[in-house]
Design a protein around this ligand. Structure first.
Ligand SMILES: CC[C@H](C(=O)O)C(=O)SCCNC(=O)CCNC(=O)[C@H](O)C(C)(C)COP(=O)(O)OP(=O)(O)OC[C@H]1O[C@@H](n2cnc3c(N)ncnc32)[C@H](O)[C@@H]1OP(=O)(O)O
Ligand SMILES: [Co+2]
Length: 148
């Protein structure tokens, strides 16, 4: 297993509109996608692009901030927001070349994979690893988009 690109940092929020305003007005973000619903994943989601270079050079294909708001009664982030009402850092997502191979690796390491591999917000297969097996960090593994 080789550590892949940090694709995004997932930030849970009680209000995606308030978080968008925060990133635009307080943090100076210039590229934020329109929020969209992922009913199968129980979230409303949008992405805040970040620059690759510290001076904003290199273009805007740095690690994204993924803002997620609960969608529906069964959203998997209700529990997190009950414990963290203002929201906050929820998960990290690393890219892999082959999601099936990665899943087998983590299972072989005795890490709990949460649910089936499914299609995530970038339209590629993803799975999650239980925070208690990942040094306290809920970790998402996502197959690198082929257009990269
Ligand atoms: C897929 C679309 C999009 C994308 O990028 O493509 C997304 O990323 S959507 C993100 C939302 N979806 C998920 O998070 C799916 C995976 N998550 C889960 O299955 C649950 O959230 C789970 C199992 C991680 C936590 O479930 P729950 O909130 O019901 O809490 P539990 O009491 O079962 O938690 C057990 C234990 O873990 C601690 N915990 C919970 N969430 C986190 C977290 N985000 N980071 C770190 N630790 C977490 C919780 O505090 C409990 O610890 P304990 O010491 O026992 O109190
Ligand atoms: Co994510």
């Amino acid at each position: 297993m080789k550590l892949g690109r940090l694709n995004h940092i997932g930030i849970a929020t009680p209000s995606i509109a308030d978080s968008i305003a925060h990133y635009r007005e307080t943090m100076g973000a210039t590229q934020i996608t329109e929020p969209f619903d992922l009913p199968a994943q129980g979230v409303k989601v949008c992405f805040v692009d970040t620059p690759t270079g510290s001076d904003g050079s290199g273009g805007m294909n740095g690690t994204q901030i993924e803002l997620i708001e609960p969608l529906g009664e069964d959203s998997p982030i209700h529990g997190f927001l009950a414990k963290n009402p203002a929201g906050g850092q929820h998960h990290v997502c690393f890219e892999v070349e082959d999601v099936a191979e990665a899943r087998a690796w983590f299972e072989g390491q005795g890490k709990r994979v949460l649910g089936p591999t499914r299609i995530g917000a970038h339209g590629t297969p993803i799975f999650f690893l239980h925070p208690k097996d990942m040094m306290g960090q809920l970790t998402e593994i996502m197959e690198t988009p082929r257009d990269h």
